[in-house]
Design a protein around this ligand. Structure first.
Ligand code: H79
Length: 449
């Protein structure tokens, strides 16, 4: 029989083990709930991809060593002189679009730094322009009440210590030193927090390359959270990201506060926070005459994203002269005008309870459900399943009339053709409780027919 002392001893060991596991887990997979909520409430942010590459009109993420030779690419910064750059204007453009936060490529895969980092000479301070772009934007954001965050690529094709040199590892460096590169990366990211923080979030990328490991990622996550506990960090800091869908494999092993679908809208998910990143045109970096999304597509993208309980980080690539293209500014303004009218159906809401689909999407907040009807059934009304909570009132927010017919299983909604809005018809349901408690449901084709 085990002596009492022995039992106490063993229990103590077990307790120490369990709590230390919990601490490790906490170190790399927990965001401050308040920070997550504030970020989710914002729902809409601006992504900015910019650097000397804009001089070529090619893509920032994969033109070094492809469209442009490595030698030529690495000299571009000597000609980078965006004299029309105006941080206040960029931030105002974001604000007028109804965006609440901003994420700038401080360093992309090409290794060029948009701030005068003391750990390298390959930075904006050594261009003819000289101005600290990160610093100016961070300050302008603070002044105009926009949250500022940084994109930072963990792969760095320029840095001599990083093993690979171009897309798909086509060029490799003979002499490399990944542990030393990791120190460089930690120094730089800490520098970003120290110089420009507190930051809203840090958005990592390039983690799929071989040299980057889960150990590096989880260590970096813990290191940065110690530097700024309120910081949010995306799932690309570690190795759990599932391709362009951006969900997280083995989230208990891979650090990250939110998922990152790229160039697509994420699936409905209230369990893990997520943010779709998408370009307003085709390219991340500026391309002359790039094909731009229509006003309808832009706004519907936002609504389908928010309806799935995600954020939208919508990207612009400013021109080599420092301006955001005027037609893009106009398009963003149109989004802002829509949001001025309907902002209460987007900000501070959660996705659901009617999951997004062909028909449209929905959001909810307190005792309201907002339906965004984008495609009406070919014939007859839109049928939504009766929710598990009493609906006490139904009103149309986008003007005109809505005809309601309640059956045992469905609420049938119809809006006369002239009153249907080409972007989205917005209908408000009032419930007699918190609509977030309603179990999310799919509006099936069957319901619609
Ligand atoms: O910054 C923007 C792009 O420049 C950058 N990510 C966004 C936010 C980006 N760099 N490369 N790519 C996007 C495309 C890379 C795709 C792939 Fe893969 C890398 C295909 C295979 C490896 C993604 C990661 C899909 C599987 C793993």
């Amino acid at each position: 029989m085990m002596s009492l002392l022995k039992r106490i001893f063993l229990s103590c060991i077990l307790l120490v083990f369990v709590t230390s596991c919990a601490t490790i887990e906490k170190d790399f997979s927990k965001a401050e709930p308040k920070a997550i909520k504030e970020w989710q409430d914002m729902r809409f942010g601006m992504f900015i991809h910019w650097g000397p590459v804009s001089l070529t009109g090619h893509e920032i993420g994969w033109s070094r060593g492809r469209e442009t030779s490595i030698e030529e690419y690495d000299q571009l910064y000597k000609k980078f002189n965006p004299t029309e750059f105006n941080a206040d204007e960029w931030v105002k453009t974001a604000k007028d679009a109804g965006m609440k936060y901003m994420v700038l490529t401080t360093k992309h895969h090409d290794g060029f730094c948009l701030w005068p980092s003391k750990y390298t000479d390959y930075h904006i301070g050594n261009t003819p322009f000289k101005c600290d772009v990160v610093g100016e934007l961070a300050a302008a954001c603070k002044q105009q009440g926009i949250q500022f965050g940084t994109y930072y690529s963990v792969c760095d094709w320029w840095h001599p210590d990083y093993p690979l040199g171009s897309p798909r590892g086509k060029s490799k460096k003979a002499e490399h030193n990944m542990p030393r590169y990791f120190e460089y990366l930690k120094n730089q990211t800490k520098e970003l927090i120290d110089n420009y923080g507190p930051l809203g979030l840090m958005w990592f990328d390039g983690e799929w390359e071989k040299p980057w490991t889960r150990e590096y990622g989880n260590e970096l996550y813990a290191f940065l959270k110690r530097a700024q506990p309120t910081l949010l960090i995306n799932n690309r800091v570690s190795k759990g990201r599932h391709g362009m869908a951006g969900t997280t494999k083995q989230a208990h092993l891979n650090a990250g506060d939110f998922d990152t679908p790229e160039q697509r809208i994420g699936g409905f998910n209230r369990e893990r926070s997520w943010e779709t990143c998408m370009t307003i045109c085709k390219q991340w970096a500026w391309k002359p005459k790039d094909k731009m999304k229509s006003k309808q597509e832009c706004i519907r993208t936002l609504l389908q994203t928010v309806g799935g309980d995600g954020n939208l980080l919508f990207n612009v690539g400013p021109m080599p002269d420092g301006r955001i293209e005027p037609r893009q500014v106009e398009r963003l303004k149109e989004m802002g005008q829509w949001l001025k009218q309907y902002g209460d159906t987007v900000y501070g809401t959660r996705g659901g309870p009617f999951k997004p689909g062909e028909w449209g999407a929905s959001t909810c907040k307190e005792n309201k459900i907002f339906l965004f009807v984008m495609n009406w059934p070919k014939e007859g009304p839109l049928r939504i399943p009766v929710p598990s909570m009493k609906v006490t009132n139904i009103a149309i927010k986008s003007g005109g009339t809505v005809n309601v017919n309640r059956t045992e299983k469905a609420i049938e909604l119809d809006v006369p053709a002239d009153d249907r809005n080409s972007i989205s018809t917005v209908i408000e349901l009032t419930t007699d409780g918190n609509a977030l408690q309603i179990k999310p449901v799919t509006i099936s084709k069957k319901d619609r027919e």
